[in-house]
Design a protein. Structure first.
Length: 370
C-alpha cells in the first residue's frame, strides 16, 4: 500500500501517466478479489466497508421498485448485522409499499430452509441472509436458500452479507453460490485496512447507486477510489486465497476447538452457543453461567486478552445481543455470553495463555457475586 500513499497518488480517473499507474493498481486489485470470489472483475464494486456494501445492496435493489410505487417484499433474518437490519427498518419506515419479513433462526443460530420457503411471497424481490453470523460464527445453508428463492421466482435477487466469511470460508460464486446475486465483504475482517470493502454485483443485475457524482465503478459507486485501501484489499484477497488453498482453516479450527474444549473442561456451567452447527473456524461464543460478560471482558482486557460481547448500543448502555436473543436465549443468558475470535496469526502458546487466564478470571468473578 505504501507506494500509493507516498509515490503514486495520481487520480485513477486521470488520463496522465500517474493516474494510469494507479488505475492499473486498482484493476489489479479487482482481479485479485475476483479470483478469491470466483467471479468476473467487472462484478466487483469497491466501497468504504461492509456497511456501505450492505446498504448499497438493499437500497440499490429495492429503491427502483419503491420509487415506481410497486409493492415489494424483502425476506431477511433477525440475526443480520445492523448494517442490514437498520437499512431494512429505515426503508420500511420510509416506504409503505415495502414489506419486510425478519426470519428467526433456530436455537442453533441457523435459518431453517422450510421456514424460509414458507415465508417467500408472490412479491418477494430480494432476500438478504448472511453467510456466517458475526457473533456465533454459525454458517447458513445459503446455497440451498438461494436455490429455493430462485425456484420460487427467478426474479428474486439474493444478497448475502459475507463480511465474516470472506477469507475464512471458500466462496465460489460460479459454483456453490451461483444463485447469489450480491455479496458484501469488508476489508478489516480479512486483514486488509479498515474503511474498505466491496460489493459483488452479478452481471446483469440492476442496481441504483446510493451516491450521485462521477461515473466511477461502472456508475454504481460515485467518488474517487481509495487507492491504497483497494490495493490492500486486493493483496489481502490473494493471501486469503493461498491460505484457503492450504491447510490454514483446518489448523485454525483445531486451535479454536482446543480453546473451546479446554474452557468447557475448566469452567463448570459453561456452554458454547451454536455448538452443534457448522461455524467459521475462528469464532467461539461461550456462555458462562452466573458471570456478566461485560465484567468478564473488562477483567480479561486487564489480563491482556481482548474479547468481545454482543453489541454495544448507541447510548453507551450495553444491550444483550440481538443475535443471541433471536436464538431464544434469555436476556440473562445473552448477557453472560462472551465471544472469542482467533486469527490466522494465533499461536498454540496464545491458546495456552488464554486457557491459563480465563478460568481463573471467571472463578474470581464468580467468587465476588453477592
Ligand atoms: N456485516 C457484518 C456481519 C459485520 O460483522 C460487520 C462488521 O463488524 C459489518 C457488516 C460492517 O462492516 P464494516 O465495519 O466494514 O462497515
Amino acid at each position: 500500500m505504501q507506494p500509493y500513499f507516498l509515490e503514486s497518488f495520481g487520480n485513477p480517473s486521470s488520463a496522465h501517466q500517474s493516474g494510469q499507474r494507479t488505475r492499473a493498481a486498482v484493476e489489479h486489485a479487482r482481479k485479485q478479489l475476483a479470483a478469491l470470489l470466483r467471479c468476473m472483475p467487472r462484478e466487483i464494486v469497491f466501497t468504504s466497508g461492509g456497511t456501505e456494501a450492505d446498504n448499497l445492496a438493499l437500497t440499490g435493489v429495492l429503491q427502483p421498485y419503491l420509487l415506481r410505487n410497486e409493492a415489494v417484499h424483502l425476506l431477511t433474518t433477525e440475526m443480520e448485522h445492523h448494517a442490514v437490519l437498520y437499512a431494512a427498518q429505515a426503508m420500511e419506515r420510509q416506504y409503505h409499499q415495502l414489506e419486510v419479513t425478519y426470519l428467526r433462526p433456530t436455537t442453533e443460530g441457523v435459518i431453517d430452509p422450510a421456514e424460509f420457503s414458507a415465508a417467500l411471497r408472490p412479491h418477494t424481490r430480494l432476500i438478504s441472509v448472511m453467510l456466517a453470523n458475526n457473533e456465533t460464527g454459525a454458517v447458513q445453508p445459503l446455497g440451498k436458500l438461494a436455490r429455493l428463492a430462485k425456484q420460487h421466482d427467478p426474479r428474486i435477487l439474493v444478497h448475502t452479507d459475507a463480511v465474516q466469511s470472506a477469507g475464512k470460508l471458500p466462496l465460489d460464486l460460479g459454483g456453490e453460490f451461483k444463485n447469489v446475486d450480491l455479496l458484501s465483504l469488508s476489508g478489516h475482517k480479512m486483514y486488509a485496512p479498515q474503511g474498505m470493502g466491496a460489493l459483488f454485483v452479478r452481471k446483469g443485475v440492476e442496481l441504483a447507486p446510493m451516491f450521485y457524482g462521477g461515473p466511477h465503478e461502472r456508475q454504481r459507486r460515485a467518488g474517487t477510489e481509495n487507492v491504497p485501501g483497494i490495493v490492500g484489499l486486493g493483496y489481502a484477497a490473494e493471501l486469503a486465497r493461498v491460505w484457503l488453498d492450504g491447510d490454514g482453516a483446518a489448523t485454525l479450527t483445531g486451535l479454536r476447538d482446543r480453546l473451546e474444549q479446554g474452557l468447557l473442561a475448566a469452567i463448570p456451567g459453561t456452554q458454547v452457543n451454536a455448538a452443534h452447527t457448522a461455524r467459521t473456524p475462528n469464532t467461539t461464543n461461550l456462555r458462562c453461567e452466573g458471570v456478566e460478560a461485560e465484567a468478564l471482558l473488562i477483567a480479561l482486557d486487564l489480563a491482556g486478552i481482548a474479547a468481545s460481547f454482543g453489541a454495544a448500543c448507541q447510548s453507551g448502555a450495553t444491550e444483550p445481543s440481538h443475535v443471541l436473543l433471536a436464538m431464544g436465549l434469555t436476556p440473562a443468558e445473552a448477557r453472560s455470553s462472551l465471544r472469542l475470535s482467533l486469527s490466522r496469526l494465533t499461536t498454540d502458546a496464545e491458546i495456552d495463555h488464554a486457557l491459563a487466564i480465563i478460568p481463573a478470571v471467571v472463578e474470581r468473578l464468580r467468587s465476588l457475586r453477592p
